[in-house]
Design a protein around this ligand. Structure first.
Ligand SMILES: *[C@@H]1O[C@H](CO)[C@@H](O)[C@H](O)[C@H]1NC(C)=O
Ligand SMILES: *[C@@H]1O[C@H](CO)[C@@H](O)[C@H](O)[C@H]1NC(C)=O
Ligand SMILES: *[C@@H]1O[C@H](CO)[C@@H](O)[C@H](O)[C@H]1NC(C)=O
Ligand SMILES: *[C@@H]1O[C@H](CO)[C@@H](O)[C@H](O)[C@H]1NC(C)=O
Ligand SMILES: *[C@@H]1O[C@H](CO)[C@@H](O)[C@H](O)[C@H]1NC(C)=O
Ligand SMILES: *[C@@H]1O[C@H](CO)[C@@H](O)[C@H](O)[C@H]1NC(C)=O
Ligand SMILES: *[C@@H]1O[C@H](CO)[C@@H](O)[C@H](O)[C@H]1NC(C)=O
Ligand SMILES: *[C@@H]1O[C@H](CO)[C@@H](O)[C@H](O)[C@H]1NC(C)=O
Length: 452
């Protein structure tokens, strides 16, 4: 209990954000960048990252905020995992001939930041050296190399580190917050369901992630901390005290049912995000797999709306102009990166199903949120046919039926005109209407026009 109070106090006095406070900037807003996993998995080398760095600059993505170049799994030497004298993780010199520090130096020359990948178990997911028990040394090593961001995964955790109770978001079916059914035989059924009100900061998962936080804090460098614990042990309840972001779910895949499944979960757990701490719905699959253009758009719009980190996972060389246009959408990025409003968009109506329905194929469709540039509304069409979708201003938090509003289409950036009461638009199958609404003729709006 004493420990828990200590954390609440730390959070209240801003020390909970000590990870971020060395420079007062890092981690305040959701991270934006690129990560190698979705496209290359283990087939990486220094050239991949330096090329991506150059493309982030030349495509204009850096100027839009995409500044992280993140190395995922498989960067270290799989055979000789650690130096037998210093104990440091050995880079794979075949992939990084001059070591990771050289890659970091080159990335920094481009005005970008280099991220690396580690694991809170004995081995990473692809069976390279893990950091459990080596947190301090590994954090120091990353700092020496000039690393700016750590994605810390959750594979190969030894049994003595098993949590007493289990909560895996993938198994949750909309019941009580601690409910965890071992649906489909997923996971370790030896772990019981936690009692109501269970304090998840007493879990071993918390310990493992906090130990790396402390190790990062002890270095002489600000390293953004991305906790990839897949939502386990209700990290949504404590991840803000240990890091800058936390994964909310298992791995994303570039197919529509996974996108809607994650959105359905988000409709019940969006509240944990705000400045300095971000619910991470996993890296972007925009441009990958079997998504249609409309699905690519919805995936990006909703991840931006949820204030998820926006980490591109598609190759940038030869990127299709329509995919680049989605990733470069200024209105959506501005909502995600708003300096004044830190909260995620929230569902205000479900649509296909009654409000608060748990449904992985038809999640909440009507979402809204505030930014310093107005009220943003996101209307997803989860049906398989084109729909005429109506935004009823009386239903949107902060708006009313009487006021006249100017509506801006966030996809085109164009004013749609002035509206009172309702706004409607045709939304293709699996597409998302994204609009920004401001009081008609308000000075705030004119100011925004000047800014943009
Ligand atoms: C996360 O912590 C920071 C400061 O440590 C605080 O400003 C923010 O509101 C917290 N987020 C939530 C959702 O409580
Ligand atoms: C680096 O990796 C990329 C992507 O897997 C590959 O196409 C390229 O041949 C590799 N280059 C070297 C020098 O290994
Ligand atoms: C330590 O590693 C080096 C390089 O791989 C090797 O030559 C040496 O024999 C090892 N020493 C011990 C004590 O294992
Ligand atoms: C820590 O970093 C600061 C600023 O970069 C530097 O002035 C200082 O010498 C460093 N201290 C150590 C112990 O490396
Ligand atoms: C989110 O927080 C708000 C304000 O405290 C509350 O009204 C709402 O019920 C919460 N939503 C969920 C899904 O917990
Ligand atoms: C959306 O992304 C997927 C994956 O690249 C791609 O196959 C598809 O072509 C994209 N949609 C369009 C119409 O470009
Ligand atoms: C999800 O919603 C659809 C549309 O209302 C419905 O047909 C389906 O049965 C629902 N699925 C579940 C698991 O409730
Ligand atoms: C959409 O619905 C509104 C009424 O809700 C109607 O006025 C409008 O004409 C419809 N648009 C289309 C394209 O069907």
């Amino acid at each position: 209990m004493a420990l828990r109070f200590a954390f609440i106090e730390l959070a209240l006095f801003g020390l909970g954000s000590a990870l971020v406070s060395k420079d007062g900037v890092t981690g305040r807003l959701p991270a934006m960048g690129w990560n190698s996993w979705n496209e290359y998995e283990c087939a990486i080398n220094e050239t991949v990252f330096l090329t991506v760095g150059e493309l982030l600059v030349s495509l204009g993505l850096k100027d839009l905020g995409y500044t992280h170049v993140n190395i995922d799994d498989c960067w270290s030497d799989k055979e000789i995992q650690r130096d037998n004298v210093t104990g440091k993780i050995n880079p794979d010199y075949k992939k990084f001939p001059q070591g990771i520090k050289h890659t970091a130096d080159e990335i920094h020359k481009l005005g970008l930041k280099l991220g690396i990948y580690g694991d809170a178990g004995t081995l990473t997911c692809a069976l390279y050296a893990g950091s459990l028990g080596h947190e301090e040394l590994d954090a120091q090593t990353f700092a020496e190399w000039g690393i700016d961001y750590l994605k810390y995964d959750n594979c190969n955790v030894p049994h003595e580190w098993d949590d007493e109770y289990r909560w895996w978001p993938d198994n949750w079916r909309g019941g009580p917050p601690n409910e965890d059914q071992t649906a489909g035989g997923v996971g370790d059924s030896n772990q019981a369901v936690a009692p109501p009100g269970y304090d998840w900061t007493t879990s071993k998962t918390f310990d493992r992630y906090k130990t790396m936080r402390d190790a990062l804090l002890a270095t002489n460098r600000t390293i953004e901390y991305s906790q990839c614990a897949w939502g386990h042990a209700h990290i949504d309840e404590w991840g803000n005290s240990t890091g800058h972001s936390w994964r909310m779910w298992g791995d994303i895949h570039p197919v529509w049912p996974v996108v809607t499944t994650i959105l359905n979960h988000a409709a019940f757990f969006y509240n944990s995000s705000n400045f300095w701490g971000h619910a991470d719905y996993d890296m972007l699959e925009v441009g990958n797999g079997d998504l249609t253009i409309e699905e690519n758009r919805s995936h990006f719009a909703m991840w931006a709306a949820l204030k998820s980190p926006l980490i591109i996972g598609t190759p940038l060389d030869g990127i299709k102009p329509e995919i680049l246009a989605i990733l470069a959408n200024k209105e959506l990025i501005a909502f995600n990166q708003d300096p004044i409003h830190g909260e995620s968009a929230k569902p205000y109506k479900w649509g296909v199903n009654p409000d608060f329905s748990w449904n992985q194929s038809h999640p909440a469709e009507y979402w809204s949120g505030e930014s310093s540039k107005g009220t943003h509304v996101f209307v997803l069409n989860t049906l398989d046919t084109t729909q005429n979708k109506t935004v009823d201003f009386a239903e949107v938090p902060g708006l009313d039926a009487k006021t006249e509003y100017t509506v801006i289409d966030s996809w085109t950036g164009k004013e749609q005109g002035r509206f009172q009461g309702k706004y409607h638009a045709v939304v293709e199958r699996h597409d998302t209407m994204a609009i920004r609404i401001v009081k008609a003729g308000s000075s705030g709006y004119n100011f925004q026009k000047i800014l943009w």
